[in-house]
Design a binder for this molecule. Structure first.
Ligand SMILES: Cc1cc2nc3c(=O)[nH]c(=O)nc-3n(C[C@H](O)[C@H](O)[C@H](O)COP(=O)(O)O)c2cc1C
Ligand SMILES: [Mn+2]
Length: 484
């Protein structure tokens, strides 16, 4: 299953009843407010058209991956999979498929409109001001940023936010350790600007691979090919020679200038934690702007309450990595791992089949210590395997009924975090001491009397299945089941 472009994916969503077109909104806050309200109510994906000050056809698409159904569709998987099953299938796909490099083509629809030099004007596009306290308009929230390692030539693609500063300058936020930042620093250390290209609106596989990330020195373009099952077609940028998706919606080429030469703070910007924390001084000078006729900006604004880990309802990044590290640490009996859709990694859940005393604490500590769940984490909840870790109600029920506050909560001080963490105190922030604590909530039945723990009041799987089968029509009629 591969989507040719973003439009193709939007058509699929539309056919599945998962897309709503909304006309006549203002790019200034109104469009963002609608998106936040719709997300809060788990509504459809949105395509805004006829945006104030802009011609018809200049559009913004958002909330594309904010439900498990839409996430599954974006990955080319059946939409009705149980979320844990979807993660398992995804994990198999990415570990068992060979890289699929992009294919170079001589031209593509992205070149339909092309502006260079003084004719570049980023204000031609309906970039939204998403949230009330944002520092400006963000063209890039679902932006895939392409850079090339000057030594090895490998091409990295990462999702980094980009704000419009002026007609031909953008701000970009690159956190320490990001591959794009490591590459940029290589150019800057030699006194050179860092060439970049960015696409604002691609079919889903490139966006997903760009935030999922490939290992250092392997390209996210190759991973995108794996996700979609065929190579992405790219053209070579005239200014940077970087590969740019031929079927992308909007792209720029330019340079990230050395901060010593020119800098300006972007942001603040409402972040995935649900707060405003950091601002970046990096400036991009745009040399070339291209877009398709009737271009679509892909918008992936963090929304509060943060809904869908990593802007996608399926936690495809953290969960497989944590699962992998539990396996590598030799923790037995792991039935499931999940990342609550609250703020990436801040509430991790692991479900286990308890096998020996201390097993549940060990599993919790292993999640806390893993690299994937380590950064800016907070709570690790361990539940028995009769609890579905993907179901927040079930997990909180287990905490309420099986986690004894006096004996089953442990805290760990001074763990790995960063400026994005709202709990870093002003004093610590000042001295760049970005450490915060963790809690392990052991919500498993106490090991020594687990077999004497009161019986659970819930219909058995067997009775549930038989009942759903017999009463299928009534359930379908109530919109609670799919017609099969
Ligand atoms: C919607 C969205 C926005 C993001 N914005 C940023 C950002 O502004 N800065 C940043 O450093 N990382 C951001 N990230 C995270 C990176 O895209 C992610 O860590 C990715 O793996 C980086 O790729 P790299 O390892 O090639 O650098 C964002 C992720 C998503 C999903
Ligand atoms: Mn990378």
């Amino acid at each position: 299953m591969s989507y040719r472009d973003l439009r193709d994916f939007l058509n699929t969503l539309d056919k599945a009843g998962e897309l709503r077109i909304i006309e006549n909104t203002d790019w200034n806050l109104e469009l963002g407010a609608i998106a936040e309200i719709v997300a809060r109510k788990h509504g459809p994906a949105l395509l805004f058209d006829n945006i104030k000050d802009y011609p018809q056809g200049y559009r913004v698409a958002t909330l594309l991956l904010n439900t498990v159904r839409r996430s599954c569709l974006s990955l080319g998987m059946p939409p009705d999979l149980h979320p844990l099953e979807a993660i398992k299938q995804w994990r198999t796909k990415i570990t068992e498929t060979k890289p699929v490099p992009p294919k170079e083509v001589s031209s593509g629809p992205i070149q339909e409109n092309h502006y260079t030099g003084d004719r570049v004007d980023l204000n031609m596009l309906p970039a939204p001001k998403w949230h009330e306290h944002d520092g400006g308009r963000y063209l890039g929230t679902g932006s895939c940023v392409v850079t090339r390692d000057p030594e090895t030539g490998y091409v990295n693609v990462g999702v980094y936010r980009m704000q419009i500063h002026s007609q031909n300058t953008l701000g970009i936020d690159l956190a320490p350790g990001r591959h794009g930042r490591i590459i940029m620093e290589q150019y800057h250390s030699k006194g050179k600007p860092c060439p970049i290209a960015a696409v604002f609106g691609s079919e889903p596989s490139l966006f997903i691979s760009s935030f999922y990330s490939s290992p250092w020195q392997t390209s996210e373009y190759d991973l995108a090919g794996v996700i979609r099952g065929s190579p992405i077609e790219v053209i070579r940028g005239k200014y940077t020679d970087l590969p740019i998706p031929a079927w992308g919606e909007i792209a720029i080429e330019g340079d990230i200038v050395e901060p010593g030469v020119e800098s300006k703070l972007e942001g603040p910007f409402g972040e995935y934690t649900g707060y405003y924390t950091g601002q970046s001084p990096l400036v991009v000078k745009v040399k070339s702007l291209m877009f398709r006729n009737e271009p679509i900006i892909l918008g992936v604004p963090p929304l509060n309450p943060t809904y869908g880990a990593q802007s996608m309802a399926l936690p495809i990044k953290t969960v497989p990595e944590v699962w992998q590290s539990l396996q590598a640490s030799g923790i037995p009996g792991v039935a499931g791992v999940w990342e609550m859709p609250v703020s990436s990694r801040m509430m991790m859940v692991v479900s286990i089949k308890q096998m020996y005393p201390g097993h549940s604490r060990q599993a919790g500590m292993a999640v806390a210590a893993s690299r994937a769940a380590g950064f800016a984490g907070r709570f690790i909840i361990v539940v028995d395997d009769d609890v579905d870790p993907t179901d927040m109600n079930q997990v909180m029920w287990a905490v309420a009924t099986r986690c004894d506050p006096e004996s089953a909560i442990d805290t760990i001080k001074n763990c790995w975090s960063g400026g994005i963490d709202p709990l870093v105190s002003p004093e610590r922030r000042e001295r760049k001491d970005f450490r915060t604590s963790r809690a392990i909530l052991d919500a498993c039945r106490p090991y020594y009397w687990k077999d004497k723990f009161p019986k659970v009041n819930r219909i058995s799987e067997d009775l549930a299945e038989r009942t759903m089968e017999k009463w299928r029509e009534v359930f379908v009629d109530m919109g609670l089941m799919e017609v099969s």
